[in-house]
Design a binder for this molecule. Structure first.
Ligand code: PRX
Length: 648
C-alpha cells in the first residue's frame, strides 16, 4: 500500500524472562498471558469488573459499562473514594507502619512517611482545603516541587471530591494562567520555591505573576520549602503550616460516584490551546491499580521508584495513585539526575535498595552521554525490574539500560501509553513476555489495540499504519474539559469507531507493537513513508552518537529530504568525515532511502519539559525558515537559539 508507513529496521535480539523471575511472577508464561488476554478481549467487562472488585467500594456498581460512542461511563452506580483506596484500606494490618513515601530533596534532606503518617497528613490537609471553602467538584491548581506535599495535596483533593489540576513546577506563569483560565480553579496550592540543579525555582513568584490581572483565584496556600522571601497577599495567601495548626486529623472519606471527576491534566507539547484531559474516579483507579500490579509485578517488599514528576500523567498514575493503591513503598526524589554529580540516581538506588526503577528514554540517553563510570561506582544489585515510558526507546539505549543498570538480569518493561489513556496500554508482563529492544510488545489485558490504514482496515504484519484502540477501557479520558467537540474531533474522527492515538506503528510477525513516531512527524521520501524513530535509532546505534532527531524538509525531487540533528557522546569530535560515516551507517542499517541528506551536529536538542524532542521546531529550522511556531513548552530556549546560530 502506497500510503502505509514502511519499516526497515530489523531487530533480532530476544530476551526471555528468566525461569526464576517467571516462577515468582503473577503471570509466568506467554501462553498464560495469551489465554487471559483472549478472554479479557472477549469479555472486557468481566475482566475489568473483577479487577475493580479489588478496590474498596462504599457502594457497589450496578452496571459495568455504558458505551455511547465516544462517551464511556464505567462502574455506574458505584461509589468510592480514591484517597481511601490509597490510604485508609492499608491502615489495618502490617502496612499501617510501612513506608509509603521515601523522599529525598535535591539538597539532600531525607523524609519517610508511613501509610499511617501519610493518611494523617492527607486528612489534615483535606480539612485545610475545606476550611478554605473548597467543595466537591471545585478545581484546585497544584504547582509544587516534587515533595511529599504535592502528593498530599492531590490525595486531599481526592478525599473531598475536589478536582486537582497539577501544573508541572518547571512551567512558567503564562502556563499557569492559561490553565487557571481554562479550569476555572479558585484555589492554588504552591510552595515558596523548590530546588533544581542547585538553584531555587521561584514558584510563588510565578504564581503571583500568573495572578496579575483578572482571575477567579481567591486563595493561595503556600508550603514553605526553600525559605525564600516571598510576597504574601493579605486576604488571599495563607501558609500551609499555619493552616495545618487549625485543623484536626479527622476527615471521613465520602463516597463519590465512579464517574465523579478526579483530575484534569493539561497535555504538553501540542500547539495551540492546552487540552485539559479529564479523568474520573472508579475507572481511572481500577486501571492504575491493575496495571501497576501486573506490569511491575509489585511485591510487598519492593522499593519502587518512578522518577517522573507529579506534573505529568506518569507521576499521577505511577508515582501516586497506582503504587499507593497497591500499598507500595515509593521513592520520590525532588531534583535533577546530575546534581551534584551525574551519579545521583545510582546513589539513591544503592541507598534505599530500590528494586524497581521506572524512568524515561530521554534520561537513559543522558546517562549514556555522561559515561558508564557513574553507575559503575554504585551497587545496583537490589534492582530486579526496569521500566521506561514517554518515547520510543532506541534499541541501543535499551541494551545499555539492560547491561549497565540492570546488570543483564532485570527484565525491562517498555510501556506505551498517553496522558489520555490514563494507564499503561501496551507493555510486556515481566514474567511472561519475551522482550525485544525497542518495542513495548503486546497489549495489556482488556486493551484492544490495532494498527489500521487510512481507511480504517487492519494492516498486515510489518506494515505501518495508525495505532488505534477499538474498545473503551476504564481509564480512558472522558472528554477534553469544557470542549466536547474538540474531544470528538481529536480522538474519534480520524478512524471510524476507534480511539485514534496520533501515533504511527507496526506489528511484527509475533504481534509486537513498534511505535515509529507521531503520525504528524512521518517522513515521505520519494513516495516512501518512514517513521522518525527508526532513522533515529539507526543513528543512535553508532558508537559516537548520544541522541538524534530526524525531520523532513521540502525537496523538489524526492518530496522530502531527511535532515538529522545529532548530539555526540562526550569526547567525540564533530567532523565532516563523521557525518559521512553516519550517513553510511544509516544506509547500512535501514537502506539507502533513509540516508540523511544532511546531518547537523548540535550541543543539545530542543525538548519539552517532559523530555520529548520537539521535531516540529527542528522541521521549521531544517526547512530553512525561522522558528515561528509555539515555543512555550520548550525546556530551554537557549538550545534553539544555538541551533539557529549554527545555521547562519
Ligand atoms: O508518542 C507516544 C509517546 O508519548 C506519547 C504520549 O505522551 P504523553 O501524553 O506525554 O504521555 C507520556 C507518558 C505516558 C505517545 O502518544 N510514548 C509514550 N510511551 C511510549 C511512547 N512511544 C513509544 N514507546 C513508549 N513506550
Amino acid at each position: 500500500m502506497s500510503n502505509s508507513i514502511e519499516s526497515h529496521l530489523v531487530e533480532k535480539r530476544v530476551f526471555k524472562p528468566t525461569r526464576e523471575f517467571a516462577k515468582a511472577a503473577r503471570i509466568g508464561s506467554l501462553a498464560d498471558y495469551r489465554r487471559l488476554y483472549e478472554a479479557s478481549i472477549k469479555q472486557p467487562e468481566k475482566f475489568w469488573a473483577a479487577q475493580a472488585g479489588e478496590l474498596r467500594w462504599q457502594q457497589k456498581w450496578t452496571k459495568v459499562l455504558e458505551w455511547k460512542p465516544p462517551f464511556a461511563k464505567w462502574f455506574l452506580g458505584g461509589k468510592l473514594n480514591a484517597a481511601e483506596n490509597c490510604l485508609d484500606r492499608h491502615l489495618v494490618g502490617p502496612r499501617r507502619n510501612k513506608a509509603a513515601i521515601i523522599w529525598e530533596g535535591e539538597p539532600g534532606e531525607k523524609r519517610t512517611l508511613t501509610y499511617h503518617q501519610l493518611h494523617r497528613e492527607v486528612c489534615k490537609f483535606a480539612n485545610v482545603l475545606k476550611r478554605n471553602g473548597v467543595k466537591k467538584g471545585d478545581r484546585v491548581l497544584i504547582y509544587m516541587p516534587l515533595i511529599p506535599e504535592a502528593a498530599i495535596a492531590m490525595l486531599a483533593c481526592a478525599r473531598i471530591g475536589a478536582v486537582h489540576s497539577v501544573v508541572f513546577g518547571g512551567f512558567s506563569s503564562e502556563s499557569i494562567k492559561d490553565r487557571l483560565n481554562d479550569s476555572g480553579a479558585q484555589v492554588v496550592v504552591t510552595a515558596d520555591g523548590g530546588y533544581r540543579r542547585g538553584q531555587t525555582v521561584t514558584l510563588k513568584q510565578n504564581v503571583d505573576h500568573a495572578l496579575e490581572g483578572n482571575t477567579a483565584v481567591r486563595r493561595v496556600i503556600v508550603f514553605r520549602r526553600a525559605n525564600l522571601d516571598i510576597h504574601i497577599e493579605e486576604g488571599r495567601d495563607v501558609w500551609w503550616h499555619r493552616e495545618m495548626d487549625y485543623v484536626n486529623a479527622t476527615c471521613p472519606p465520602a463516597g463519590f460516584d465512579s464517574e465523579h471527576p478526579l483530575f484534569i491534566l493539561y497535555t504538553s507539547g501540542s500547539t495551540g490551546k492546552p487540552k485539559g484531559i479529564l479523568h474520573t474516579t472508579g475507572g481511572y483507579l481500577t486501571s492504575a491499580h491493575t496495571t501497576t500490579k501486573f506490569i511491575f509485578d509489585l511485591r510487598e517488599d519492593d522499593v519502587y521508584w518512578c522518577t517522573a514528576d507529579v506534573g505529568w500523567i506518569t507521576g499521577h498514575s505511577y508515582l501516586v495513585y497506582g503504587p499507593l493503591a497497591n500499598g507500595a513503598t515509593c521513592v520520590m526524589y525532588e531534583g535533577a539526575p546530575n546534581w551534584p554529580e551525574p551519579d545521583r540516581f545510582w546513589e539513591i538506588i544503592a541507598n534505599y535498595g530500590v528494586t524497581i526503577l521506572y524512568t524515561a528514554p530521554t534520561a537513559i540517553r543522558a546517562f549514556i552521554k555522561w559515561g558508564d563510570e557513574h553507575p559503575a561506582k554504585h551497587d545496583l544489585t537490589s534492582l530486579r525490574l526496569l521500566g521506561t515510558v514517554g518515547e520510543p526507546i532506541n534499541p541501543e539505549a535499551w541494551m545499555w539500560f539492560r547491561d549497565k543498570i540492570g546488570g543483564g538480569r532485570c527484565p525491562i518493561v517498555d510501556t506505551w501509553w498517553q496522558t489520555e489513556t490514563g494507564a499503561i496500554m501496551i507493555a510486556p508482563l515481566p514474567g511472561a513476555t519475551p522482550t525485544k529492544p525497542g518495542t513495548a510488545t503486546l497489549p495489556f489485558f482488556g486493551i484492544d489495540a490495532a494498527i489500521v490504514d487510512d481507511q480504517g482496515r487492519e494492516v498486515g504484519p510489518n506494515e505501518g499504519g495508525k495505532l488505534v484502540v477499538r474498545k473503551p477501557w476504564p481509564s480512558m479520558l472522558r472528554t477534553i474539559f469544557g470542549d466536547k467537540a474538540r474531544y470528538k474531533k481529536t480522538y474519534w474522527s480520524e478512524v471510524k469507531g476507534c480511539y485514534f492515538t496520533g501515533d504511527g506503528a507496526r506489528r511484527d510477525k509475533d504481534g509486537y507493537f513498534w511505535i515509529v513516531g507521531r503520525i504528524d512527524d512521518v517522513l515521505n521520501v520519494a513516495g516512501h513513508r518512514l517513521g522518525t524513530a527508526e532513522v533515529e535509532s539507526a543513528l543512535v546505534s553508532h558508537p559516537s552518537v548520544a541522541e538524534a532527531a530526524v525531520v523532513g524538509r521540502p525537496d523538489e525531487i524526492k518530496g522530502q529530504g531527511v535532515v538529522a540533528f545529532v548530539t555526540l557522546r562526550e569526547g567525540e569530535i564533530p567532523t565532516n568525515d563523521l557525518k559521512e560515516k553516519l550517513r553510511k551507517h544509516v544506509g547500512h542499517a535501514i537502506g539507502p532511502i533513509a540516508k540523511p541528506d544532511e546531518i547537523r551536529f548540535a550541543d543539545a536538542l530542543p525538548k519539552t519539559r517532559s523530555g520529548k524532542i520537539m521535531r516540529r521546531l527542528l522541521k521549521e529550522l531544517a526547512g530553512g525558515g525561522s522558528v515561528t511556531g509555539d515555543t512555550t513548552t520548550l525546556e530551554d530556549l537557549g538550545v534553539l537559539a544555538k541551533l539557529v546560530k549554527r545555521d547562519e
